[in-house]
Design a protein around this ligand. Structure first.
Ligand SMILES: *Cc1c(COP(=O)(O)O)cnc(C)c1O
Length: 464
């Protein structure tokens, strides 16, 4: 077999990729016919592909490269740790310094009584841990009938059988026998698409009260926990009305059910605080973490658990864990990532400088004829595309048709902006500069203009 390297011509790389590599969340045959874009290098907020194009990464990889690409400190941390102790398990009465240091650091950063960390290799694994942990908690408390976890439609909590069932992605549930039993879903707080004639505040309250309705329908004595992302990410960056989270907190408190905040995207500065729970003013019992924890440089996730829950779990043998729980190299890299976020005051910058700057530019896109709303918190934002902004109307074409056209225009203009249905979303590295923000917005506007021309040419500018 020939040696495959970054010097191999792009069509050959694409052909080999098509022949042997199965992509996540991808229509394989469709991709193979087109050929995947081959990313070869990255620096700061910029990707380079195998044809030498430089692409502005408006998604921070997959919501994760918070400190940007190319930080050699993280490579050095991995190198040092691999030489000192590349692996040891934490199952059998042993521990190691990177896991101790990272758990202590996370307990320090996390709000309130969240002082204990159960490590995993990813966000999906961490949510599987959470599902088992909350059920075990109630069983140990003498309430084993508290089994059901309530989640939301269009939530994303991962892609394993457990976490995918917790999520509310109907396309995922349609394949492979999901959701598993014991999980219930309520509707999401997406005012723009689903709010009808209600004000955002009324709608936020009404969607939060669906949780109370569901608890009463199931019987409060059967409900273990409610899980939600402070701001839904993969569902389209759905920023809830201000009335939503206080009402959710009131309801979980009233019925004494555990609150799991899935912070996999919102954590580590994305919303301008260490955790989205702080930005949105909620008090979770467990937080799911991954992605920005290591800025994606190493696969690592985990659950940050309250004193009250950890104490109960500590009273039993919790028959659960992953070979790579607390992997020393991943922990060392995460620690270095957190050091950089702190030492370079990156959260301050998001809160007080680049975040407000991006917000002003991003919200200015609402003057574009294709844009219904453009909302952003910290460094996660979403644009609703519409043929009629005043009516908050969807397109007549199948949902996602227009979003895909816009995403392809962005790709052609060397900007990574993702689409979810007919929403366009951004989640850039937290270190993005003013100049790069200007470039991002200019390319987004150009792509919106080109999308509009194409929609008009093809008669797709129709409300459904
Ligand atoms: C990405 C994501 C997950 C899953 O994390 P993986 O590391 O892909 O398993 C879980 N929850 C949320 C909110 C996510 O965005």
């Amino acid at each position: 077999m020939t040696v495959i390297s970054t010097n191999t011509p792009t069509p050959e790389l694409q052909a080999l990729d098509a022949a042997h590599h199965m992509h996540p969340f991808t229509h394989g045959a469709g991709l193979n016919a087109k050929g995947a874009r081959v990313i070869t290098r990255a620096e700061g907020c910029w990707l380079t592909d195998s044809d030498g194009n430089r692409i502005l990464d408006g998604m921070a990889g997959l919501w994760c490269v918070n400190i940007g690409y190319g930080r050699t400190e993280l490579a050095d941390a991995a190198h040092r740790q691999m030489q000192e102790l590349p692996f040891y398990n934490t199952f059998f009465m042993t521990t190691h310094v990177p896991a101790i240091r990272l758990a202590a650091k996370l307990a320090d950063l996390a709000p309130g009584e969240l002082n204990h960390v159960f490590f995993a290799g990813s966000g999906s694994e961490a949510n599987d841990t959470n599902l088992r942990m909350v059920r075990t908690y109630w069983a140990e408390k003498g309430q084993p009938e508290r089994q059901t976890v309530i989640s939301r439609w269009n939530a994303y909590h991962g892609s394993s059988v457990g976490s995918g069932s917790l999520g509310g992605m109907k396309g995922m549930h349609a394949q492979g026998g999901m959701p598993i039993p014991g999980i219930a879903h309520i509707d999401q707080p997406d005012w723009w698409s689903e709010g009808g004639d209600m004000s955002p505040e009324e709608f936020g309250l009404s969607r939060a009260r669906l949780l109370e309705d569901k608890i009463l329908e199931l019987g409060p004595e059967t409900v273990a926990a409610f899980i939600a992302e402070p701001i839904q990410g993969a569902g389209g960056v759905i920023i809830p009305p201000d009335s939503y989270w206080p009402e959710i907190q009131r309801i979980v408190d009233k019925y004494g059910i555990l609150l799991i905040a899935d912070e996999v995207i919102c954590g580590f500065g994305r919303t301008g605080s260490w955790f989205g729970s702080q930005t949105l003013g909620i008090r979770p019992d467990i937080m799911t973490i991954a992605k920005g924890l290591s800025s994606g440089y190493q696969p690592i996730g985990g659950s940050i658990v309250s004193d009250a829950v950890a104490e109960v779990i500590a009273d039993t043998e919790f028959n659960h864990g992953y070979t790579y729980s607390g992997h020393p190299v991943a922990c060392a890299v995460a620690l270095e990532n957190l050091r950089i976020l702190e030492d370079e005051a990156i959260l301050d910058r998001v809160r007080n400088d680049t975040g407000p700057y991006l917000r002003e530019k991003f919200e200015s896109l609402t003057d574009h004829p294709l844009v219904g709303e453009a909302r952003i918190v910290g460094m996660m934002g979403s644009i609703a595309l519409t043929p009629d902004a005043a009516a908050r109307a969807p397109f007549a074409s199948e949902a996602g048709t227009v979003g895909l056209i816009c995403r392809e225009r962005c790709f052609a203009n060397n900007l990574v902006m993702r689409h979810v249905g007919d929403r366009m979303i951004i989640s850039p590295p937290l270190v993005i500069s003013h100049e790069e923000i200007d470039t991002l917005i200019a390319r987004a506007r150009l792509s919106l203009d080109e999308t509009l021309s194409k929609l008009r040419a093809e008669g797709l500018m129709q409300a459904g």
